[in-house]
Ligand binder design. Structure first.
Ligand code: GDP
Length: 297
């Protein structure tokens, strides 16, 4: 995760640490390299600019340059700025403060890891939060989608809504809610249909399902490997539905980190979970401080 970004930044900071005293120009040179490293990591340009400006402003202050360990201080400033860019100090929790069944709606493009993430979160809710969960697939476009969720449900030990062929997404959502109420389910996860591209039909369907189910959480699943595209997708969705958070998948293979670093700043939406592998327990609550730590090594 973030290996290439981490290597680049590591190189810059080794140089800073190596010097006893630092001049303003040393900091500016280092920041120029940080800027290049972030751009190569596919971080959105405005985010890079803000990051570098903020860090430079703090780091060239006399307090830092005259201190005993200026290199360390600059690295600390970068660390703090990374945490802020990734979403700040607090870990965004799922909002489960509502009368059950609490609905979590999962949205995203096909292939982003949406169905897998739905099952991973259901497993987490069951095992870590002691919740009775239930899942329903509203994907009527891809023939195997409903079956896929059923199989995953069996693997994680979470019930899925029985499949009735020919039903429309809003009908399935209504049936899922009724069933969840009858069975005293705490959290109902709705896995909505994905498409290859953001299109209006997908958006309309998503809005209709949202209107029926009044979700407490609307989580957008995006693939971190798509870099800035992931952020663009998030912006499109955020313009149509009230997203409460993002699930960033395939972080295990993401050497660059551009999506993670741009998401919050560009869309204003917190990354709530990171997918870290194909296995059904390969999901982490996204903790900016821990992620920053990994990046800085
Ligand atoms: P959907 O079309 O969005 O529902 O995507 P799927 O949930 O079917 O996932 C597509 C593929 O991506 C599957 O092979 C998953 O195992 C894989 N996948 C999902 N999340 C992750 C992740 O965080 N890391 C890795 N390495 N693979 C993932």
């Amino acid at each position: 995760m973030f290996d290439s970004l981490s290597d680049r930044l590591g190189g810059v900071f080794d140089k800073l640490r190596g010097r006893g005293a630092l001049k303003e120009q040393d900091v500016r040179d280092a920041m120029r390299e940080v800027r290049i490293a972030l751009l190569e990591a596919d971080v959105a340009l405005p985010v890079v600019r803000r990051f570098v400006d903020q860090v430079t402003e703090k780091a060239v202050g006399q307090d830092v340059l005259r201190s005993v360990t200026p290199g360390q201080q600059v690295i600390k400033i970068v660390n703090d700025a990374l945490i802020e860019t990734l979403g700040g100090d607090t870990t965004p929790e799922l909002d489960l403060n509502a009368t059950p069944p609490i609905v979590i709606m999962m949205v995203g493009l096909q292939g982003s890891g949406k169905t897998t993430s739905t099952a991973k979160i259901a497993k987490l809710l069951k095992e870590k939060h002691g919740k009775k969960a239930m899942m329903a697939s509203l994907d009527v476009n891809r023939p195997a989608a409903q079956e896929q969720l059923k199989v995953l449900g069996e693997q994680v030990g979470v019930a899925t809504l029985p499949i009735i062929a020919g039903q429309q997404p809003t009908e399935i959502a209504t049936r899922a809610l009724q069933s969840a109420k009858l069975q005293a389910v705490d959290v109902l996860l709705l896995d909505t249909a994905g498409r290859l591209h953001v299109d209006q039909q997908l958006m309309d369907e998503m809005k209709a399902v949202s209107a029926i189910s009044t979700p407490r959480e609307v989580l957008l699943v995006v693939d971190s490997l798509t870099g800035q595209d992931a952020v663009n997708v998030a912006q499109s969705f955020a313009g149509q539905v009230d997203l409460t958070g993002v699930v960033l998948t395939r972080m295990d293979g993401d050497a660059r980190g551009g999506a993670a670093l741009s998401m919050r700043a560009v869309t204003g939406k917190p990354i709530k979970f990171a997918g870290t592998g194909e296995k059904l327990d390969a999901i982490e609550v996204f903790q900016p401080a821990r992620v920053a730590n990994r990046i800085l090594g």
